[in-house]
Design a protein around this ligand. Structure first.
Ligand code: NDP
Ligand code: HSE
Length: 436
């Protein structure tokens, strides 16, 4: 049997501890599958004294992950610390420069420094594997990089953040508050160290930027993503969506248009009858539209220790099975230096349907003024619903659903309605996404 694959793991939190546990539990089976043992020989975290409920008996401890990353005692460096810079970046770079393979779950790092790191990996003939970085346990990277060879992708979109989907699902199903649901997602190990990254959409954007690069062969460009999180989604929006036959999901969407590539992350109305609307809780889903396949939908657990460990271990098994001297495929599907510059399509040119919820003063002429602003901007309406508010007799809620229009037209119409002075609360605008 070949020599064991020696791995060094930095980060022993939710994901790192699960990886160590699973490698212990599944050791014999993995050895049979890979033809060699995958052996954790070294670890690093901040607090050496912390009881993590895992056996670290045969591992060497490193206080400094950068030192671990370039140690001659390991073949693979597994980065599970997190963060776009700092020790995660320094250690991954050190490992690649030292000729070690790298496995990481760190989407923040890849979305900012991925192309630079891929160039080092490709120059040094080592692997940089990152299946766990997008959609947890779903093998979407392998699917896009390998299984869809020859396909031309036209749109990729999905539920890419387990925390947000968990929150929206429980708010809708149980009427719980946003804060309660977030606390529970944190307790279950789904949320990022700073949960703002989840709820304000940054984590979805990081993942989307990676999928965009794989889909369209361009450089990663997370800064070019239009971003809105879910923190201002209220029970009123969730109820109104339900009444109109929609469900609200935080989606990441990347699509090619004649203007360039549109990347956006925002709360989205999807038809209740669509498959993606049935994706609940921490589950993620990624839809990939291609010329050869039509739509492919992958779904599965998107966060949490075990789901993420499954993807990390899959990446490790690929390395264990790879043959010395074998030329590895490029990190983002084509060589880093051949990735095309990213060409951004302006958000104002986005075309689609819109849900607009307005809280207005209940007085003569308001309805007519709203309708006029819509007509002035050539927005055709699919429906208008008006609700009274039992607690505020002088207010009404007006909900408009538009036919396909543009972002520019909707912004102009809503600005006009705001200037008319009839609104008593901030207008709510939620985009509607076509979904099968
Ligand atoms: P945690 O916060 O649970 O764990 C982070 C670990 O990194 C801790 O063990 C911490 O040490 C260690 N660490 C922090 N700073 C340093 C440092 N300077 N040197 C060495 N170790 C350090 O994070 P998660 O396990 O949740 O996430 C890890 C990575 O996986 C992140 O990139 C995250 O985005 C990604 N990810 C997470 C998923 C999830 O569901 N949780 C899913 C998919 C990806 P100590 O324990 O001593 O404090
Ligand atoms: N915080 C992330 C989520 C972890 O909730 O999806 C998985 O990447």
């Amino acid at each position: 049997m070949a020599d064991a694959l020696r791995i060094g793991i930095a980060g022993l939190g939710t994901v790192g501890a699960s990886v160590v546990r699973m490698l212990g539990d599944k050791g014999a089976e993995l050895t049979r599958q890979c033809g060699r043992e995958i052996a954790p020989v070294a670890v690093s975290a901040r607090d050496r004294a912390r009881d993590r409920g895992i056996d670290l008996g045969n591992t060497q401890w490193f206080d400094d992950p950068v030192e671990l990353a370039s140690s001659a005692e390991i073949d693979v460096y597994v980065e599970l610390i997190g963060g776009e810079d700092g020790p995660a970046f320094e250690s991954v770079r050190a490992a690649l420069e030292a000729g070690r393979h790298v496995v990481t779950a760190n989407k923040a790092l890849l979305s900012k420094r991925g192309v630079e790191l891929a160039a080092i990996a490709e120059r040094n003939g080592v692997l940089l594997n990152y299946e766990a970085a997008v959609a947890g346990g779903i093998p979407v990277i392998k699917t896009m990089r390998e299984a869809l060879a020859g396909n031309q992708v036209t749109r990729v979109f999905g539920i890419l953040n387990g925390t947000c989907n968990y929150i929206l699902t429980r708010m809708e199903a149980e009427g719980l508050s946003f804060e309660e649901c977030l606390r529970e997602a944190q307790r279950l190990g789904y949320a990022e160290a700073d949960p703002t990254f989840d709820i304000e959409g940054h984590d979805t954007a990081h993942k989307l930027s990676i999928l965009t690069s794989l889909a369209f062969g361009c450089r990663i460009s997370a800064d070019d993503i239009y971003l809105e999180g879910i923190s201002n989604i209220s029970q009123a929006d969730i109820r109104a969506a339900g009444e109109l036959g929609y469900r609200i999901k935080l989606l990441g969407v990347a699509q090619k248009s004649e203007n360039g590539i549109e990347q956006r992350v925002h709360p989205t109305m999807v038809p209740t009858s669509s498959v993606i609307a049935q994706v609940h809780g921490v589950t993620n889903a990624v839809a990939i539209e291609t010329d050869m396949l039509g739509e492919l939908l992958l779904s599965g657990p998107g966060a949490g220790g075990n789901a993420t460990a499954s993807a990390v271990i899959g990446d490790l098994a690929d390395i264990a099975k790879s043959r010395p001297g074998f030329q590895h495929g490029p990190v983002f599907g084509r060589p880093a230096k051949e990735l095309a510059p990213y060409r951004r399509a302006a958000m104002r040119s986005h075309a689609g349907g819109y849900f607009i919820r307005l809280t207005v003063q209940d007085r003569l002429g308001v309805f007519a003024a709203i309708a006029r602003r819509m007509a002035d901007n050539a927005i055709s309406l699919e429906s208008i619903v008006q609700h009274g508010d039992v607690t505020q007799a002088e207010q009404k809620t007006v909900i408009l659903v538009t036919h396909e229009t543009t972002e520019a037209a909707v912004r102009k119409a809503v600005d006009g309605i705001t200037k008319d002075g009839h609104l008593v609360d901030k207008p709510q605008v939620i985009r509607i996404e076509r979904a099968a």
